[in-house]
Design a protein around this ligand. Structure first.
Ligand code: SAM
Length: 214
């Protein structure tokens, strides 16, 4: 419905100055600023952190640090976020804003292909946000589910891909990767999932207790 995203935004707690300044620099300097999750989804992710009280958070896809910094706002005092980013330029912007916000001891940005990085991280993670490299989402599912803590949550962004998941003529690697991922998740009886139509689609996944859905 036209205007509904704006309505949701107008009825969501606004970003703090640290995120407004990060978003402004991202808009001014980066080619694809829309890659930030945006204020509504960021506030939703922050709610997840507030509810789960995660000690260990993993993010795949830092970009300029918007979602990581938002989640850090409600991280418990012993919590830490590791966030993976391919681009040195994006990581540099993220690190600058993370330091300005006083969160550089709570967020570690690791530069390199995320799959290589996460293979070096044993976990377990209480919360994982997958927000990059959509063509390989199915491989990330295999890699990340075993790294989830027993009560951990895997949040996966872009699972509606602007509606492209429904367009059979769209055979881009990213679209196919997301479609395959969505079908794999829906077919896994050892997982419980919900695909929320928040922004570009956000799927929440957890392990089914005893390996069977309740
Ligand atoms: C959609 S953006 C992440 C947005 C971020 N979560 C936010 O809200 O600002 C995806 C990011 O992942 C990075 N990326 C793409 N492929 C990657 C890979 N294989 N490993 C690590 N980072 C990757 C891109 O450079 C980009 O900065």
């Amino acid at each position: 419905m036209p205007g509904i995203e704006e309505y949701a935004l107008a009825h969501t707690t606004p970003d703090p100055p640290s995120l407004l300044s990060l978003a402004a620099e991202t808009q001014a300097r980066c080619e694809r600023p829309h890659m930030m999750v945006g204020p509504v989804e960021a506030r939703f992710l922050q709610f997840l952190v507030w509810m789960l009280r995660p000690r260990a958070v993993l993010e795949i896809g830092t970009f300029t640090g918007y979602s990581a910094l938002s989640m850090a706002g409600e991280l418990p005092s012993d919590g830490h976020i590791v966030t993976c980013e391919l681009s040195q330029e994006h990581a540099d912007i993220a690190r600058k804003h993370i330091a300005t916000a006083g969160h550089d001891d709570r967020i570690t940005v690791i530069v390199g292909p995320a799959m290589d990085t996460i293979r070096t991280l044993p976990g377990p993670f209480d919360l994982i946000l997958l927000d990059a490299d959509q063509a390989h989402f199915p491989e990330y599912l295999d890699e990340l589910v075993p790294k989830l803590a027993d009560k951990g949550v895997l949040a996966v962004d872009n699972t509606l891909w602007s509606g492209a998941v429904l367009d059979k003529s769209d055979t881009l690697d990213s679209t196919e990767g997301i479609r395959r991922f969505n079908d794999l998740v829906a077919g896994r009886t050892d997982l419980i999932s919900v695909l929320l139509s928040v922004r570009d689609g956000l799927t929440l996944i957890r392990r089914a207790p005893g390996g069977t859905p309740t």
